[in-house]
Design a protein. Structure first.
Ligand code: AHR
Length: 837
């Protein structure tokens, strides 16, 4: 069903309920168990027939939470529905949701109650409002009043004389099991509406299960060659975004520390803690022959409180599972020393796996208070797994911190720079923008872990490290200055994304036992948070002569503005009331204070028909002046992408634009292969066709260290010494390098491709700056596709880049070739060619 038809169906249902003319049916609504959410069954002559799942709990962390206990529904007089349920046995909150038709649910809210637990909530309609009743830990009844729209809840009050009937429920037997729930009389039209929805979902599941992997058997009957016509309609063109392909850099799977950030010393700041990763502490990956003494009394900076106290023992660091050094290369070593004026000399060594010294330098220090010392090490041999040794040469007690080793050969030779091979691989994508620094990483694991950009700029010892939601440590050495500089170095627009005043909806419970969004940043702290967002804009764009934030940028070596145009607010959040209240405040303030900034909003973690998607887009359309574009995310099967190629065709052309900020096709293989890449290539031909409403896209995640994966598939895998690009990378690169800003209509038709239209793609774009035209053709079938051109003349031989392979192939690369049959596409092929206008 098309997205924008859904309100129509919803209205239909409400109207049906109101007229109540049709025959009456009975629904039973219940939860089979706490992990399965809310289900519905309809009463037939031979008993209850299960129809499907209506919604599920969105509360708290994956795994331990997302449970629905004791759901209670109320049908309002206008036919709409209210749902409450208990989220667990500990939190002082309940879940509240609203639906017009049982099919479309508004995102859940989790109102807070005054008692320590909120058990067995029940909802009932009053004259102009709703009452929610619950039991506290002692079993005492309490009452809350809720607004008609079910978004505002009063404080709760005791109910000494509560009628126990409030908690009475129906029970019935479904599929042989006795279930607790509620019965409702509805019209047969409403039942039809539900059936239609579940049928639609089931059909969708069937289509999404289609796999190229199964083609050998399923499509064995196809002829060796399919013929079709490729028609180019040169007079039918439209302007499309020239920023369609960018990248999303998230610090996930060791993408930053241990990854793109070129620092070779792990835990350089002695700030690892148990919060980063179970079992970690300030000495993790450091070694000495005696226990390493860690102190905090006289820190280098309050944001960097731990340091090591050295005596005569050698201090070793193993890097990220070894320090890769290359013969002849130079490495910048630096260390902060605090010695109260004592002299201390150090030998600084790089030691190979066989105990051989690969590089050596001696540092003479006489530090009073903290002072930085530096030297250069030149490697005399190559070793993938060297170690660093800091050897004190005198018997003197000294504090050491921020022990650092960088290759001099970083990307563009920058100090505190990026790993050259990885950065160059990313740069070769020619991304038009970079979204950073996350994902879930940016809104964080709980309120205290929200990413504050200002903690990531300035001198390294002053930056504030924090744990990473992906279960490791962020030094913030790769901070906002470095991100912006990288964007500039690769000619990409910066698209920083920061929290919308709420942490990740999957956060674990805080000290008060509240999980998920944890109630959001308290309203009285929101003005300060909004200032923080505005300071970023000033830091990036303002004049250092007049602005203190801009002066920080200039002090870091960049007096010119970074020309930031976009700001992402929020990531995949639950678009509930806690979010919307804060998001609206943020948007209004930025619109008033910095109208030049284009805000990118969020519509949750899934595509239509998710509750967040629906409410997020409703919000965007209710407030067209708040956000320039909104960030959609979906990770789906190859079948889903092949069968939703019209996804953006029905989007309104005016108003908020789309940023498809996270997407990737996957199969059971979990890594990108030719199948996933071709499904993505097909989808991208449709993205180009819809480039008048889709402004940007970015595959996700971008980077993954092989030894430290949090997620699959990823676009680029790497080890300490190697970079492995994937088929997904090839497709992104081809669509980026051969992108344009005008779309020229092409159609493919022919009797033989009738059932396989979804496996064939063509897109012709023009770049008005260069006058070049690029044609992309995709054949995701196991047989040759032979196209005949109409409205297009091609020279006898054509140069192209071609990506092709066995569907399971995870290493396939695009190759350049010259062909005299440019419109004959071998099986499983993406071909890109430049056309002469
Ligand atoms: O891309 C990996 C994760 O997927 C991102 O952190 C999050 O936004 C999404 O759920």
């Amino acid at each position: 069903m098309k997205n924008f038809l859904r309100p129509f169906f919803s209205l239909l249902a409400v109207a049906a309920a109101l007229t109540a003319k049709a025959q009456t049916d009975t629904l039973f609504i219940y939860s089979p168990n706490e992990r399965q959410g809310l289900h519905v069954a309809v009463l037939k002559e031979d008993g209850w027939q299960h129809l499907g799942q209506l919604c599920s709990s969105d509360y708290g962390t994956w795994g331990a939470e997302k449970r629905m206990y004791h759901p209670s529904l109320c049908r309002a007089k206008d036919g709409t529905w209210r749902l409450v349920f208990q989220v667990n046995n500990t939190a002082p909150v309940f879940a509240a949701a609203y639906s017009r038709d049982l099919v479309t649910w508004r995102p859940q809210d989790y109102p807070r109650v005054s008692s320590a637990k909120c058990l067995q909530p029940v909802v009932r309609q009053m004259d102009n409002s709703f009452n929610v009743y619950y039991r506290d830990a002692q079993g005492h009844a309490r009452r809350i009043s809720a607004s008609r729209d079910f978004r505002r809840f009063t404080n709760d009050m005791p109910m000494p004389f509560a009628d126990e009937k409030i908690w009475q429920r129906d029970s019935t037997t479904i599929d042989g099991r006795v279930m607790d729930g509620q019965k409702f009389a509805v019209t047969s039209d409403e039942v039809q509406h539900l059936r239609k929805f579940f049928d639609e979902m089931a059909k969708n599941d069937r289509l999404s299960a289609e796999r190229m992997h199964d083609d050998k058997e399923r499509l064995a009957h196809l002829p060796q060659v399919l013929n079709a016509t490729l028609a180019v309609h040169a007079d039918s063109t439209k302007t499309i975004s020239d920023k369609l392909i960018g990248i999303f850099f998230e610090d996930i799977s060791y993408a930053a520390d241990g990854g793109l950030y070129a620092e070779l010393i792990q835990n350089r700041d002695f700030e690892y803690t148990e919060k980063d990763h179970r079992g970690w502490n300030a000495t993790t990956v450091w070694h000495a022959s005696r226990p390493i003494e860690i102190a905090t009394e006289h820190p280098l900076h309050p944001n960097n409180p731990h340091y090591a106290l050295l005596w005569t023992d050698t201090l070793w660091n193993e890097g990220w599972n070894g320090i890769p050094v290359e013969m002849g290369k130079k490495y910048d070593f630096s260390i902060y020393v605090y010695a109260g004026g004592q002299k201390q000399d150090f030998d600084i060594l790089l030691v190979g796996q066989g105990g051989n010294v690969l590089a050596k330098s001696t540092l003479k220090t006489r530090a009073g208070d903290w002072k930085q010392y530096a030297t250069v090490l030149t490697a005399t041999a190559t070793d993938e797994k060297a170690r660093l040794a800091v050897v004190p040469l005198k018997a003197a007690h000294v504090g050491v911190d921020m022990i650092s080793l960088f290759p001099q050969d970083t990307f563009k030779g920058r100090k505190n720079g990026l790993r050259k091979d990885l950065a160059e691989t990313i740069a070769a994508l020619h991304p038009k923008f970079v979204r950073f620094p996350g994902g879930c990483m940016t809104h964080g694991q709980g309120l205290d872990n929200i990413y504050h950009w200002q903690h990531t700029v300035g001198p390294l010892p002053e930056r504030k490290p924090d744990f990473n939601i992906w279960n490791y440590h962020q030094t913030r050495g790769l901070g906002f200055f470095e991100y912006f500089q990288f964007c500039e170095d690769i000619g990409a627009e910066p698209l920083p994304v920061l929290a919308a005043g709420v942490p990740c909806q999957n956060s674990a419970a805080n000290a008060e036992g509240i999980g998920g969004q944890q109630g959001g940043i308290p309203m009285d702290e929101m003005p300060a948070y909004i200032d923080e967002l505005c300071h970023l804009i000033e830091w990036a764009n303002a004049d250092p002569a007049t602005n203190e934030w801009a002066r920080m940028r200039a002090d870091a070596g960049h007096p010119e503005p970074f020309n930031m145009k976009y700001l992402g607010i929020g990531n995949e959040d639950i678009i509930g009331t806690v979010f919307e209240d804060r998001y609206e405040m943020i948007c209004k303030a930025i619109r008033d204070r910095h109208p030049e900034i284009m805000i990118c909003g969020t519509v949750g973690p899934f595509h239509w028909p998710s509750a967040d998607y629906t409410e997020g887009w409703d919000f965007a359309r209710r407030h067209p002046d708040y956000q320039y574009m909104t960030d959609e995310h979906y990770y789906e099967s190859t079948g889903w992408f092949m069968h939703h190629r019209d996804y953006y065709d029905s989007y309104p052309r005016e108003g908020t634009k789309v940023y498809l900020g996270e997407w990737a096709a996957s199969t059971q293989a979990r890594r990108p292969n030719v199948e996933t890449a071709l499904a993505e290539a097909l989808y991208l031909t449709d993205i180009e066709r819809n480039g008048d409403i889709v402004e940007m896209t970015s595959y996700a995640p971008l980077l993954c260290k092989e030894s430290n994966s949090n997620w699959n598939p990823d676009m680029i895998y790497f080890t300490n010494t190697e970079v492995h690009t994937t088929p997904a990378y090839e497709v992104q690169r081809l669509f980026s390098v051969y992108g344009g800003d005008r779309w020229v209509q092409t159609t493919i038709f022919g009797d033989s491709i009738g059932d396989f239209r979804h496996r064939i793609g063509a897109s012709l774009v023009a770049d008005s700056r260069t006058g070049k035209h690029y044609l992309k053709l995709v054949n995701a079938l196991p047989v040759t596709l032979q196209l005949t051109a109409e409205g297009l003349s091609l020279p006898a031989s054509v140069e192209c880049e071609q990506f092709s392979g066995d569907v399971e192939d995870q290493r396939a690369k695009a190759v350049r070739l010259t062909t005299d049959s440019p419109l004959t596409l071998p099986p499983y092929t993406l071909r890109v060619m430049e056309l002469q206008p």
